[in-house]
Design a protein around this ligand. Sequence first.
Ligand code: XMP
Length: 348
Amino acid sequence: MQFHPEVAHTPRGREMLANFVLKICRCKAAWTMDSYIERSVEEIRREVGTERVILGLSGGVDSSVAAALIHRAIGKQLTCILVDNGLMRSNEVESVKAIFGRGLGLKLNVVDASERFLKKLHNISDPERKRKIIGTEFVRVFEEATQSVGAAKYLAQGTLYPDIIESVAIDGNPAALIKSHHNVGGLPKRMKFKLLEPLKQLFKDEVRAVGEALGLPKEMVWRQPFPGPGLAVRCLGPITGEKLRILRDADAVVVDEMKQSGWYYKVWQSFAVLLPVRSVGVMGDERTYDFTIALRVVDSQDAMTADWTRLPHELMAKISSRVINEVEGVNRVVLDISSKPPATIEWE
Ligand code: XMP
């Protein structure tokens, strides 16, 4: 094939694939999320036996669904660990604790590793180095956390199929490597755990279907994706506590306005990016020389391709004026109007 029938933008692409697979090859459409759950539960039980599993829970859709699926298979043998890496959004740790602590009855340990991550990231601006450092540090924190959990043989992750395709050089072609997702290409070469990745054959829409079939709450299943390396890949250039504070505050405004206007669940992702660019502005009678926030809002089916969302001007105006007025250190908001490809969704 000299084109991509599988991407959302190809007219009648799904139909072409369906004709080929179902009519020409005569395959049966037996792939349902219920059968996927049943099969996965069996496979997980068989693979894990009586061993313990730890899972890094970020509160995102992928790790949450992976946790619920593995919990269904092996119950108390699973311990979830939430690493506060200092790169999470406003109130994130609290809300994850609230959802998982009461709702699902999972064992959840919260580890505050924020200082450690920020120290390692000090003065690092290269995106791939940031990702590698974060991936490595994650695993180290888990390795240490097992000491309090009791020896765990498996590390479970909510890795999806697109994470794998984009992190692996296809057929040895290094040009096909797009970026190292922290949980695939970002992992250290040697580690103590065996990986358990029950979602690695799925795309995001399928993961959400699994989440719903497992009875997870809507607010969790339909949360927008958030990258494993967190705000680090949205804070361009070297990361500092002050820049993270600005980004966190700006992001909270974006999420709040998107939710209030009803747009949050209509788009694939909507977030703020802090650019390492200062520009001159005027606030009251004073000159300012502050940072720039880029507003990134995209529509997508599976994150493989994406287009920028045509938000109403009034909504963008409100987000911009609230960010500039409420977030100290920002005097300019710009809009990212690039599609993927050739851009990517995240800026790093
Ligand atoms: P890009 O920026 O590659 O992102 O267009 C595609 C989707 O993946 C998310 N993303 C990540 N998710 N670990 C993750 O779990 C990562 O390292 C990572 N990097 C990007 C991104 O938010 C988007 O939804």
